[in-house]
Ligand binder design. Structure first.
Ligand code: MN3
Length: 257
């Protein structure tokens, strides 16, 4: 039943509001009501599950000045941990997927076993877990330089050399709109190629290649130090690269993964 609000209704309504405390008084904190969060709930037990956060293989400060200490702490302890926790939760409904390694879990044929309604949670968090585990491993203090051996030869064959390959990887990361990764992959036909993915997607998810190297271009990976200058972060990142680890990934990719 509509009726026009009269000035009197408005004034009456205002008058009905309880007056607040006089100015200058300190309002005590309201006692906790039914909607207040519990005062001292013990920390939730860990969700449990097949996956756990791997320790960072070096100190948080080890990649300074290229990647700052606080970024490493937050990135590893909070972001990566959250992917692990949420992955374990998502897998509770899928006992048949719980024994798979992160690398196998995110492969196309296994993700496709998950009903579409639940697939995004496993795709995003499984990708987040796999991608970050790789990311910590392919960096090291005192890294940088150039690849050697078969990977160096492949860089020449595919791109004309490492400097050109690095530029293509950086360019793909720079042009990724929003959050994602830039990748150097070995394609199923044995070629090195560069591509980028959104979110926590990974080249294994659509079978486009085996990830030899990937750089996280989410803002959480660089914003504290580099703010909006993603290009500066990408250039600096190569001073952290662990070519031994990347070379081993390349050898594994060539060996049939
Ligand atoms: Mn990240």
């Amino acid at each position: 039943m509509d009726r026009e609000l009269s000035r009197r209704d408005l004034l009456g309504g205002l008058a009905a509001v309880a007056p607040g405390p006089p100015r200058g008084t300190i309002t005590p904190i309201a006692p906790r009501g039914p909607h207040a969060p519990p005062a001292a709930r013990p920390a939730a037990p860990p969700a449990g599950g097949p996956h756990s956060l791997p320790p960072l293989p070096y100190d948080y400060a080890a990649l300074e000045p290229h990647i700052d200490t606080l970024t490493m702490q937050i990135h590893h302890d909070r972001h990566h941990q959250t992917y692990v926790t949420n992955l374990n939760t998502a897998l509770q409904e899928f006992p048949n997927l719980q024994s798979l390694s992160p690398e196998d879990l995110i492969r196309k044929e296994n993700l496709e076993q998950v009903p579409e309604a639940q697939r995004a949670a496993i795709r995003n968090n499984g990708g987040g877990h796999y991608n970050h585990t790789m990311f910590w491993e392919i960096m090291k203090p005192g890294g940088g330089g150039e690849p050697t051996g078969a990977l160096a030869e492949a860089a020449v064959a595919g791109f004309g050399g490492f400097p050109a390959m690095r530029e293509v990887v950086n360019s793909a990361g720079l042009s990724r709109f929003g959050s994602g990764w830039t990748w150097l992959v070995l394609t199923p036909d044995g070629q090195l190629a560069v591509l980028s993915t959104q979110n926590q997607d990974n080249p294994l998810m659509d079978g486009s290649g085996f990830p030899v190297l990937g750089i996280d271009v989410w803002e959480h990976a660089y914003y504290l130090k580099y703010q909006n200058k993603r290009g500066d972060y990408l250039n600096a990142w190569w001073n952290t690269v662990n070519w031994d680890a990347v070379g081993q990934r390349y050898e594994r990719a060539r060996g049939g993964q």
